[in-house]
Design a protein around this ligand. Sequence first.
Ligand code: GTP
Ligand code: MG
Length: 185
Amino acid sequence: MLKAKILFVGPCQSGKTVLANFLTESSDITEYNPTQGVRILEFENPHVSSNSKGAGCEFELWDCGGDVKFESCWPALMKDAHGVVIIFNADSPSHLQEIEMWYSCFVQQQFLQDTQCLLIAHHKPGSGGDKGSLSLPPPLNKLKLVYSNLEDAPEEIRLEFIKYLKGIISSVSESRDREEMSIIT
Ligand SMILES: Nc1nc2c(ncn2[C@@H]2O[C@H](COP(=O)(O)OP(=O)(O)OP(=O)(O)O)[C@@H](O)[C@H]2O)c(=O)[nH]1
Ligand SMILES: [Mg+2]
């Protein structure tokens, strides 16, 4: 069975834990409780399979704490990750500055492809702002950006996340095929 490790990173209180729980159907929204280091959620998604026969895949979603005081844990978090999802609040100017740092540390310096990275502009109730008007500076503008609004359109982010998981699994499967070929040739 193919396995993939996906990280949820980004500024504090951007909604990483809320989204991780929602997308893995783990639990409902509660009061803010900062994630201490990391929380690992294991899940399978019935819509994502590793081949045409529908063989399943296992995912590990690493919901990382956004506080930079956990920086010493980052190398362990990044190790062998197949995908990095950066979650931020588009209504917060400080988040817009911070996401460049997350991208640089977790994607560029780890030599991950941009296709392995997803930006989620998560809307928190009461934080205002219009969807769809966001333009990010380079190099972030090359990345896939999706919006999440759990109150108004929860299914949209579910579908986008499934699309992203499918892309990750196909890259894991391709790299396994290459590895197999390199052994026999
Ligand atoms: N009702 C509602 N509340 C939300 C939503 N997103 C975030 N919140 C609130 O914002 C708080 C912070 O969100 P978290 O998901 O815990 O933030 P985080 O990014 O995991 O923060 P760290 O773990 O500190 O990095 C939550 O506890 C909720 O109270 C949402 O979509 N709906
Ligand atoms: Mg959290």
